[in-house]
Design a protein around this ligand. Sequence first.
Ligand code: ADP
Ligand code: GN1
Ligand code: MG
Length: 367
Amino acid sequence: MKHDIRSIFANFNIPGDFVSASPHGNGHINDTYAITCDQGASRLRYIIQRVNHNVFKDAASVMKNTARICRHSRDKLREEGIRDTTRRTLTLVPTNNGADWFVDASGNHWRCFLFIERARSYDIIENTGQAYEAARTFGTFTRLLADLPGERLVEVIPNFHNTRKRYENFQKTLAADSLNRATKVKAEIAFLQQRETDCSVVVDAIAQGKVPERVTHNDTKLNNILLDDYSQQGLCVIDLDTAMPGSALYDFGDMVRSATTPTSEDETDLARVVCRQEYFEALARGYLDALGDTLNTEEKHLLAFSGKLLTLEVGMRFLTDYLAGDTYFKIAHPEHNLERCRNQFALVASIERQLDAMNALVEKLLH
Ligand code: ADP
Ligand code: GN1
Ligand code: MG
């Protein structure tokens, strides 16, 4: 393991004895460990995570946002009479000094959450019930946070989903082409350039006041939600680092990207990378069931398009990272980012072929 988790663990106010730690999950960003400890003759697990400060330059603000969101969601769930709140929202374990996180001698920010047992996240979706539940749960997340008191949450990564700015960044990285990789990816570059105007659609709608700001999660891929092992109910939204002011379209679009295809982002057999209408329908039903009364007409009309946009955006980010030399996303082999880009662009093409039908489906659900 990269880190001495036993000594990190000692900084959190946990009465039990440390038993073991192991790397956990398939996230692309943070270092996540599952810890087992012995507490009153029970084995209890915790999640300890190092915030990636290469990605999140202001890790303290990430932690302040996370703590406010966890507490407010818990309070709201209690108000609504929900009993198992420690499974329905993340719960931070305080440090020995009563703080929400701990900074080690090298400047790493560490946090500890209660481990949510008998639940799991999925990299690949298995049925439409899971799609419905994921969308309903992410929609509920935004609903619960609509009255978050206090200051606006910090925008921990400014312009995170500003697709036009992402495109400008791609252009700059392409112009620099510091590793001479551009000749290898001509087809992907052309695919993206043909869709440049798409990148401005949501940004412009926000600037014109047609699409409102909401507290959104901004990273709603399927593996950032836990589903209950037995009931398959959507239980808890996790990975709150990018939860900040955003648009419902970012959250819905990223679900279309990650929960309509039968494949993972790593799938290289591109014939298998397709958007499935019945999964899209389940997502739309779930999201509208949670948030339908809140979303305005423009948001509703852009739901299907948002799926295309967010898939294009993430594909563009993988391509940009490939051109830049793989400095952002964790990779397992040299062509990993390029493969992921090809996968995402195949999904964009599949969504494009079905966009009229998807729009018609949303219309049908609205009436
Ligand atoms: P990353 O930002 O790197 O994606 P995540 O916060 O999503 O990190 O965590 C990685 C994985 O760890 C998740 O996909 C999930 O499977 C698991 N996980 C995270 N938090 C918890 C928790 N509190 N209880 C159980 N599993 C968790
Ligand atoms: C990253 O942290 P993780 O693995 O849930 C990324 C998302 C991308 C996603 C693509 C902070 O999400 O924006 O959509 O990879 N998170 C950040 O898999 O950049
Ligand atoms: Mg994650």
